[in-house]
Design a binder for this molecule. Structure first.
Ligand code: ADP
Ligand code: 5GP
Length: 187
């Protein structure tokens, strides 16, 4: 069983979702892990597709029953990856990408040393703010919380295996492909 997990983090609005989508279109043999969250679905998001949407009570019960490989509170909501889900995907032979925050990424690395941690950086903090606002998915107070988290995330990124700057989108996708291909070849 392939035990390498590719964990991708980056400040909210940096474009990780966009980079990962581009990567998956070119690399359909990879699967994006579906996380659990207590946040409200955005328009167009569906349960079991983008996230497993849980109530705070359900999430709390999963924590108490040690069901998460990792979990974190991010900008006022809880997010986590179920251990059983990851094991099932790996047993099915899937190559998994986890798109999670830096707190979760560092927990994964502790419990799963084969995990490869990749951080997507913005060209500048100003670009990050522009992208986050340009997405029009969050209200002002949520944007402020996410920009504050962004500074802490950049500090935690120092412990990551790779950093990729998402300046030109196609270049960032290509760099991600190069990193993952190299790691697959080393496995
Ligand atoms: P994240 O998943 O990191 O929160 P998204 O993928 O939702 O971020 O991207 C946030 C916004 O930035 C989106 O509107 C997206 O189209 C835009 N974006 C992503 N990558 C780039 C890029 N390289 N240059 C300019 N805008 C980008
Ligand atoms: P969003 O609300 O924009 O979908 O995600 C907010 C943040 O939560 C992003 O940084 C995203 O990577 C992170 N996230 C999503 N799923 C998980 C998860 O399962 N665990 C952790 N720790 N973070 C997650």
């Amino acid at each position: 069983m392939n035990k390498k997990l590719y964990v991708i983090s980056g400040s909210s609005g940096v474009g990780k979702g966009t980079v990962i989508k581009g990567f998956l279109e070119k690399n359909p043999h990879f699967t994006l892990s579906i996380s659990c969250t207590t946040r409200t679905p955005r328009p167009g998001e569906a349960n079991g597709v983008n996230y497993f949407f849980l109530t705070k009570k359900e999430f709390q019960e999963c924590i108490e029953q040690d069901k998460f490989l990792e979990w974190a509170e991010f900008a006022g909501n809880f997010y986590g990856t179920k251990q059983k889900y990851i094991h099932q995907c790996l047993e099915e032979g899937k190559n998994l990408i986890l798109e999670i925050d830096t707190q979760g990424a560092l927990q994964v690395k502790k419990r799963w040393p084969e995990a490869v941690l990749i951080f997507i950086c913005p060209p500048s903090f100003e670009d990050l703010e522009k992208r986050l606002r340009g997405r029009h998915t969050e209200d002002e107070s949520t944007i402020q919380k996410r920009l504050n988290e962004a500074k802490v995330e950049l500090e935690r990124a120092e412990s990551f295996d790779y950093k990729i700057v998402n300046d030109d989108l196609e270049k960032a996708i290509k760099t991600l492909e190069d990193v993952i291909n190299k790691e697959m070849a080393d496995a």
